[in-house]
Design a protein around this ligand. Structure first.
Ligand code: IMP
Ligand code: MG
Length: 193
């Protein structure tokens, strides 16, 4: 599997360091939102499947009472490497009214996923709504999309590893990297989300 990686963009140690910092940034941001409130509870809305590894590391940096409401959004079906438009699969979590909510996603690209989720969650009148992504591509569309917490800004390339997939594979790579063009051609399709 590692033979399919063209080059490593962000090694695991840098990811770990940055997630510790992100945990502090989010905690500080939430502290000002929670000021004067008795409540210390936050609802995370992670986007499956790409955010699971990031989520697992990030929640352990947060000192709050954390609930998790997973949501599935499909935007890169199968072997495509450009967004095909975002769609919510199944239902989005309910009961976010009056909750401090934080969307967690692996990567911000066209912004369709975040825009869609924000609009859907806003309709439930949460007390606050913020978003956190590990990666943001340096594209006009991504930069224009509101997102409170960003781990790394990266070049506009298709990346895999640390939860991110190509055609369902490579999520278990500990580092974030760029695939060899050959590996993209050879991938066998499986059910994508
Ligand atoms: P957006 O809706 O175009 O912002 O794309 C967000 C979603 O597309 C992310 O949650 C990822 O699942 C997927 N995605 C975007 N870029 C990449 C990439 O470079 N590698 C793997 N998945 C990606
Ligand atoms: Mg995704």
């Amino acid at each position: 599997m590692t033979g399919d990686v063209d080059r490593i963009l962000i090694p695991r140690e840098r990811i770990a360091d940055r997630i510790r910092e992100l945990g502090e940034e989010i905690s500080n941001g939430l502290a000002s939102l929670l000021k004067g409130e008795e409540e210390n509870e936050v609802v995370l809305v992670p986007v499956l499947t790409g955010s699971v590894i990031f989520l697992a590391d990030l929640i352990r940096q947060l000192p709050h009472k954390v609930r998790i409401h997973m949501v599935t959004v499909s935007s890169y079906p199968g072997r495509s490497t450009t967004s095909q438009g975002a769609g919510i699969v199944g239902r989005i979590p309910e009961d976010l009214r009056d909750k401090h909510t934080l969307i967690v996603d692996d990567i911000l690209d066209s912004g369709a996923t975040l825009r869609l989720l924000r609009a859907e969650i806003e309709r439930q009148s949460p007390r606050s709504l913020q978003a956190c992504v590990l990666l943001r591509k340096k594209t006009d569309a991504a930069m224009r999309t509101p997102c409170e917490y960003v781990g790394f800004d990266i070049p506009n390339e298709f990346v895999i590893g640390y939860g991110l997939d190509y055609d369902g594979l490579y999520r278990n790579l500990p580092d974030i990297g760029v695939l060899k063009p050959q590996a993209m051609r050879d991938a066998v399709p499986i059910n994508p989300t």
